[in-house]
Design a protein around this ligand. Structure first.
Ligand SMILES: [Zn+2]
Length: 114
């Protein structure tokens, strides 16, 4: 089943709902290449509704509706948060970014390493 919009990159008609061999539903987008696996029927509520809400909201953004001025602002905030977290900026004590994954939490002790 093809979704109207990707829940992640908002690409149109690029995100598809599929099933794993074990019958677990997941979405995959051929534009952003994101795969999201859903472990409960409750998680599918967002998959059903979000593309419609995204479509309507993006139409409002394109029309310059001030009531959705938060959309580009919130998108930029999340991008900056992820970028800063990955680089260790803004969060004192986090290690510098590396080319290889490095755990920064000791799972057994549930404490940050370093
Ligand atoms: Zn996508």
């Amino acid at each position: 089943m093809m979704l109207e919009r990707c829940l992640h990159c908002f690409a149109t008609h690029a995100c598809e709902l599929r099933y794993t061999k074990k019958g677990l539903p997941y979405t995959t987008c051929r534009v952003c290449r994101t795969r999201s696996f859903f472990h409960s029927e409750e998680a599918l509520r967002g998959v059903a509704i979000a593309p419609v809400v995204i479509e309507a909201t993006l139409r409002q953004v394109q029309a310059g509706d001030p009531s959705v001025g938060w959309v580009p602002e919130r998108t930029a905030q999340l991008k900056n948060y992820v970028r800063d977290t990955m680089r260790g900026n803004g969060l004192p004590g986090l290690p510098e970014a590396t080319t290889e994954p490095v755990p920064y939490v000791d799972a057994a002790a549930k404490e940050r390493i370093g």
